[in-house]
Write a protein that binds this ligand. Structure first.
Ligand SMILES: [Cu+2]
Length: 149
């Protein structure tokens, strides 16, 4: 093998290892979890916001053409600042996406499955929730709001 070739390969391998180690550190050390498809929760039909403690919430989101049902048809919800939310997401019809802007919550809503992510809202503000997976003619209008006060 040519020397320049070996140097290029060494640098490429070192770079990729560096990226990989940092990603594993973020996932395990900082607990920035990847979305998980969970199997012990049945797909639900209605959105629901459940409060377990003053700063602990469970949010069942149903994505449907063309809105997010956060809580019995509501497309906008309010949470106190500092809340930790367990997001459970399913779809009532086709495949949707759900990205909560400004956070690491970025999930797919797939009919028949439940996706899960956890996030703590440390800063107050309006978090727009958008669908980023094409879902028909109303796709561009599919959005919701999480208001953190
Ligand atoms: Cu959608």
């Amino acid at each position: 093998m040519d020397r320049a070739e070996r140097n290029a390969l060494t640098i490429a391998i070192a770079l990729l290892l560096f990226f990989f180690v940092l990603i594993v550190y973020a996932a395990k050390g900082l607990k920035i979890d990847l979305p998980t498809c969970i199997t012990d929760v049945q797909p639900f039909k209605e959105g629901r916001l459940i409060q377990h403690a003053p700063d602990r919430y469970e949010l069942h989101v149903v994505a449907r053409m063309w809105f997010f049902d956060f809580n019995q048809g509501q497309t906008e919800i309010e949470l106190p600042v500092g809340s930790t939310v367990d997001f459970y997401l399913t779809s009532a019809d086709v495949v949707h996406g759900m990205h909560v802007n400004g956070t690491t919550v970025n999930l797919m809503a797939i009919p028949g499955t439940v996706n899960y992510a956890r996030y703590r809202f440390e800063k107050p503000g309006v978090y727009h929730v958008v669908c980023h997976e094409f879902c028909g003619v109303g796709h561009q209008a599919m959005q919701g709001k999480i208001v953190v006060k």
